[in-house]
Each structure stands twice: as C-alpha cells, then as structure tokens.
Write a protein that binds this ligand. Structure first.
Ligand SMILES: [Zn+2]
Ligand SMILES: [Zn+2]
Length: 177
C-alpha cells in the first residue's frame, strides 16, 4: 500500500515554470529585446570601427536584462494568485521599486503555495497537517504527538510512538482505492 502512494505521487504532473509565464510577458520581452537592438544600431550614431564588438555586447546585455525583467513580472503576476496574495498591490510594488528590488522583496515575502483539500476543496496552506474545515489528514503525522513524520518511518522520531499502531489515515485510504 505504501508503494502505491509513492508511485502515484511520482506520476503526478509537475508544474513547469514555463506554464507560469503568461504569453503577454513573453511577447513584451521579445519586443523589448528587439527595441534595444534597434536603439543601439539604428538610433545611436553608427559605431566607430573597433568599438562594434563592445556595442554588440552592450545592446545584447541591455536587451536581455529588460526581457528577463518582463518575464519575471509575468511570472509574479501568476504566482501571486496561486498564493492567495493581493495581485494589485504586489504588481504595483514590483513595477514601482527600481532595479528589480520589488521582485526581490516579493520573493522574500511571498506566502506558501495553497493546495486544495482533496475531501472538501478548501484552500489549505502547504504546511498544514490537517484540513481546518473537515479534519482531512494532508500529511503523514504521528498518532500520539501529531508532529510530521516520513511516510517510511516505523517509529515517530519525536516521541518514539509505534506508527504501525495508528489507524490508516483517510488520505492513505483514498490513495489505496
Ligand atoms: Zn477539507
Ligand atoms: Zn510522535
């Protein structure tokens, strides 16, 4: 039965970072990159012979910097929602604070991912052991001290409780069906 749980877990689809970046920010990033090239090679006076490699390096790095920043903003705009945080406030902060400081603050302050209780669909924080609405067990815990355990542990590492004596939690019964 334990095996079944682990196999199902590995089979679950991963959340690739690319699916978190909206199309509008990809398009904007590409446009800004092209605009940077246009500025450095068409708007500025033509480079004197000898500084062309330097000009190419600068235009490329500026273009990449702008493009990455736009992709980052796109990522945050989606990430903020799946964490139940205020989208308007954070997008404003990230855009207003200069030089990407807003993004750094965001990654330091962001809330943990929300997940849904499989039993009652309440949004539950990732570190919760039990659903606050229906008592559904979200993570393996010791039946005596209720601290977290590994699914493969035989005894609780905190209180030494024999974990095999616990009744099978609802969560595992769901998987073993
Ligand atoms: Zn629930
Ligand atoms: Zn324990």
């Amino acid at each position: 039965m334990w095996q079944t749980v682990r196999e199902r877990r590995e089979g679950e689809p991963k959340d690739p970072i690319v699916s978190m970046i909206p199309v509008w920010s990809m398009v904007l990033a590409a446009l800004f990159f092209i605009a940077a090239q246009y500025f450095f090679f068409r708007v500025l006076p033509p480079p004197r012979p000898g500084i062309l490699p330097m000009r190419m390096l600068i235009s490329y790095s500026w273009g990449t910097a702008f493009a990455s920043y736009l992709l980052l903003i796109g990522y945050i705009s989606r990430d903020v929602r799946r964490r139940g945080m205020s989208a308007t406030m954070w997008m404003l902060l990230v855009l207003v604070m200069p030089g990407g400081i807003g993004a750094v603050v965001y990654f330091l302050m962001r809330q943990p991912l929300l997940q849904r209780c499989p039993s009652c669909s309440t949004e539950v924080e990732a570190h919760f052991h039990f659903c606050p609405q229906c008592q559904f067990q979200m993570a393996p815990v010791c039946g005596r001290c209720y601290r977290g355990t590994q699914i493969t542990d035989v005894y609780c590492v905190n209180c030494g409780h024999d974990l095999a004596k616990d009744s099978t939690p609802e969560r595992l019964r769901l998987y073993s069906d």
